[in-house]
Design a protein around this ligand. Structure first.
Ligand code: AMP
Length: 117
C-alpha cells in the first residue's frame, strides 16, 4: 500500500520504534522527537486518518487509547505528577501524520495548553 502511514509500519514492526505497549486494538511507542521527558504516541492498530474519519465501529479502539494512556502513565511514573494527552486533527490542529495518534506528554510541568502570544 503506497499511501500507508508510517505508524502502520511501526505497528507491524516493519520499521524500528521503541514500542512500550501493544495489544489487539492499540500500539504505543516513543515519539522520535520528544517534547518532554515522557513523550509517547498511542495509536489504533487500524489506520484511521483523522478524528473526522472515526465511526462508532472504532469506539473500542478509541476508548482503549485512554485506558492504555493511564496504564503507560503509571509505567512511566507520571500518573501522580500529571501529564497531557493531545490529539491533533487536520491542518489547523497541526496534524502531520495521517493516522490518529494520542500524544502522552509528561515528566515536567508543561505550562499552559496554548500560548496567548
Ligand atoms: P502530529 O503533529 O500530531 O501529527 O504528531 C506527529 C508525531 O509523530 C510527531 O511528534 C513526530 O515526532 C512523531 N513521529 C513521526 N515519525 C515518527 C516515527 N517514525 N517514530 C516515532 N514518532 C514519529
Amino acid at each position: 500500500m503506497a499511501d500507508e502511514s508510517i505508524f502502520s509500519k511501526i505497528i507491524r514492526k516493519e520499521i524500528p520504534a521503541e514500542i512500550v505497549y501493544q495489544d489487539d486494538l492499540v500500539t504505543a511507542f516513543r515519539d522520535i522527537h520528544p517534547l518532554a521527558p515522557t513523550h509517547i504516541l498511542i495509536v489504533p492498530n487500524k489506520e484511521i486518518a483523522t478524528v473526522n474519519d472515526t465511526t462508532e465501529a472504532d469506539e473500542a479502539a478509541l476508548g482503549r487509547m485512554f485506558t492504555v494512556a493511564a496504564k503507560i502513565a503509571r509505567q512511566e511514573g507520571v500518573a501522580e505528577s500529571g501529564y497531557r494527552l493531545i490529539v491533533n486533527c487536520g491542518k489547523h490542529g497541526g496534524q502531520e501524520v495521517m493516522h490518529i495518534h494520542m500524544h502522552l506528554l509528561g515528566g515536567k510541568a508543561l505550562g499552559p495548553m496554548l500560548s496567548r502570544k
